[in-house]
Design a protein around this ligand. Structure first.
Ligand SMILES: [Zn+2]
Length: 165
């Protein structure tokens, strides 16, 4: 599904539009350069929705058109929930494991298989935050140690078998 109306313009980082006049601004909660409006109270949620924090550029442009036509912007409850999460700081922006979780992953890597740790890394590799790196730190040394142990054991085993002859 192409988007023929996409002009290939890269949006500036953090584009937002005013929910009142559709003017563009840098910060969703900042003062609108067009009408001077500053989102307050429950308007903040809508202001966050009307930004690239929540919408992609195409959807943001569509919202901009609606506002310019005088139509109300009615974000879905899911989008509003996302905006609330951004406002309350609970947005899933940073994935981070607690020390307990890291310790648990190390133990699972040792007791079960380091493939577990690599699976965790794979799952979190595109998520912002230290989680993917934490998973690797908890996994790579374990898998290397197991590899060394395996190779060492085989060498020892072979040498034992050879000396037995
Ligand atoms: Zn405005």
């Amino acid at each position: 599904m192409g988007s023929p109306s996409d002009h290939g313009q890269e949006p500036p980082a953090g584009l937002a539009i005013c929910a009142r006049c559709a003017a563009e601004k840098d910060l969703p909660l900042g003062r609108c350069p067009g009408c001077g409006h500053v989102p307050a109270a429950e308007e903040r949620e809508l202001a966050i929705v009307c930004s690239t924090r929540i919408l992609d550029v195409a959807a943001l442009r569509a919202a901009q058109e609606r506002i310019r036509r005088g139509e109300p912007v009615r974000p879905t409850s899911a989008l509003r929930a996302q905006a609330r999460a951004v406002l309350t700081g609970h947005a899933p922006t940073l994935a981070r494991f607690t020390p307990r979780q890291v310790a648990g992953l190390v133990i699972a890597n040792v007791v079960l298989t380091p493939l577990l740790g690599y699976a965790v890394w794979f799952r979190y590799r595109t998520r912002p935050g230290p989680a993917a790196r934490q998973a690797l730190v908890a996994t790579v040394p374990v898998s290397l140690a197991l590899l060394v142990a395996l190779v060492g054991w085989r060498l020892l085993f072979v040498s034992v078998v050879e000396t037995a002859h």
